[in-house]
Design a protein around this ligand. Sequence first.
Ligand code: GDP
Ligand code: ZN
Length: 352
Amino acid sequence: MTPPSERRPLPPVVDDPAPGNGRGRKPAAPPEAAQPPVAPRPGWLPGVVVRAYGKFFEVELRDEPRVLLATVKGSLKRERRRTDLVAVGDRVWVSDLGAGEAQIELIEPRQRALSRLARHTSDIEQVILANPDQALFLFSVREPEPHRRMLDRFLVLAEAAGLPAIVGVNKMDLDVAAPEGHGRGLAETIFGDYLPIYDVRFMSVATGAGLERLREDLAGKVTAIAGPSGVGKSSLLNALHPEVHRPVGAISEATGKGRHTTTATQLYRVGPETFVADTPGIRALALHGVPPETLDRYFPEFRAYLGQCFYPDCTHLHEPGCAVLDALDAGAIPPARYESYAAMRRGEEDRG
Ligand code: GDP
Ligand code: ZN
């Protein structure tokens, strides 16, 4: 999801140290040139940007449970012309101006970013979330029915961004025996394809089952959460986020109505160094940042067969001597995953 102009050569598939999972892979190269190091001054406070409203940013302080409403020091505005100057997830240093207000004095170099191209531009990056460590794609076993194509699309985006992914399956209290499941439940039947490749976490926010395990997965990390509506994202955020340190009133007075509140990212601290981000913007990310000929390497279960097809530029759609199609026929690649690949490769999924 780095803009194409800044896209770097992808790591060789065969040398991937962690086939089958983004975990352990090197993070994507920093999306910006290194800035000259500036040391924080005494009195500046470290924090993380948890919400953005145009020129205003909510900064959650690292060392005390306070959120300050900040603007950016004018002289910083010369930096980062090709990307958002400050984005949710950025680590910053602020000076406290009193009355809940602050000035951002220093923006730390961004390690990586989930981003898209800003509308009507070919080289300006719009950051959905800065410095994510991993993604949690949440679906429900029923109500609504899992949308596997959407999950597969999310997983490709995460693989392309070098972001480890967790597949969350909520509403396990609604799981039933699968009609063709040979005694297995619906959830295991539907999400079984992902078990060898990704961390799959079954949970019920309603009963609390599986939430302790999920907390362990999230601890110490910044996790981007995305999924279709109705699967329980808000319920999960509420369950994870019992203490609320939100500034009350300040935002609406300062900026009028919150801008883009339905698509904007919001970061919640759920533990000392633990943040979860509600990232509705991920749903709008198109696959156009992923060139069709690289799609195969973002399906981890294909990787063992890549480079073994008769044609070096095999699309794995119809060619004779295709190792991926052979693996599909042999039952080594799940048919539904292959169908997702084929739909994306043919451009049937929204690429644009
Ligand atoms: P969001 O659209 O993804 O944010 O989903 P919500 O958190 O608004 O939840 C949608 C509906 O699912 C609400 O009625 C929740 O009460 C319900 N819900 C959330 N988690 C669970 C669960 O684990 N089990 C059941 N049965 N319902 C749930
Ligand atoms: Zn092939």
